[in-house]
Design a protein around this ligand. Structure first.
Ligand SMILES: N[C@@H](CCC(=O)N[C@@H](CS)C(=O)NCC(=O)O)C(=O)O
Length: 217
């Protein structure tokens, strides 16, 4: 199973993290992000969106982190742990996968991309505007406030156990300080982040412990 990835891409890290937690081996194909290899003719044949991650398992090609999380959890985790066989539980997980792909991606993800990687990386190339950054910070704080409220009364986002919902939302939320979005006002979010970091076989990504390590401005 090949994972096309970039080591500082949080969306790729979601997949690498789940694979580590499940002890699943992936053959990592590292793309050279800063020479724009994700838009090379060769890679666009695998993922026409020009984004990582992409997973190739035999004839199966998946080009979105949420789809890959569902696939790996469904294929490799014990029944009803990280994914579920129950329709209602599946829907509750997908609810958060969608939150990660919308609120989180266009909030904390975008603020981090602009402040630490010089561009929004949402199909906008390297064009970053002050307005995009401002909106990302507003959306970022709103999503953290939503999460903090939800996590007041529960330990995990869906189905009372760690699932791929937590992985999908966790990554860019934990990296929010890289985009100058403080987690200080959100104690329930911080406690949940620590619970995820305590999971057996957890792996890190750069920036989790040192949000300023590649600040560009
Ligand atoms: N919805 C996609 C988004 C993936 C995504 O945003 N990938 C970024 C890196 S984290 C990317 O490859 N951007 C390429 C570009 O904008 O040039 C997913 O979750 O897989």
């Amino acid at each position: 199973m090949k994972l096309y990835s970039y080591n500082e891409s949080g969306n790729s890290y979601k997949v690498r993290l789940l694979a580590a937690l499940l002890k699943v081996d992936l053959e990592i194909v590292e793309l050279d992000y800063f020479s724009d290899e994700q838009h090379s003719e060769k890679f666009l044949k695998i993922n026409p969106k020009g984004e990582v991650p992409a997973l190739v398992d035999g004839d199966i090609v998946l080009t979105d982190s949420a789809a890959i999380l569902v696939y790996l959890a469904g294929k490799y985790s014990d029944k009803n742990t990280w994914w579920s066989e129950d329709l209602v539980e599946q829907a509750k997980i997908v609810d958060w996968l969608a939150f990660a792909a919308s609120w989180v991606q266009f909030g904390v993800f975008t603020a981090r991309a602009i402040l630490s990687f010089k561009g929004p990386y949402n199909g906008l190339g390297l064009e970053s505007t002050e307005q995009t950054f401002k909106e990302a910070k507003i959306r970022g704080h709103k999503s953290l406030a939503i999460l903090d409220g939800v996590l007041k009364d529960r330990e995990w986002l869906a189905n009372n156990r760690p699932t791929i919902a937590d992985i999908a939302v966790f990554v860019y939320v934990a990296l929010a300080p890289m985009g100058d979005i403080s987690l200080e006002p959100y104690p329930n979010v911080r406690a949940w982040i620590e619970r995820i970091k305590d999971l057996p076989n957890f792996i890190k990504i750069d920036g989790l412990d040192d949000p300023l390590y590649r600040r560009v401005s």
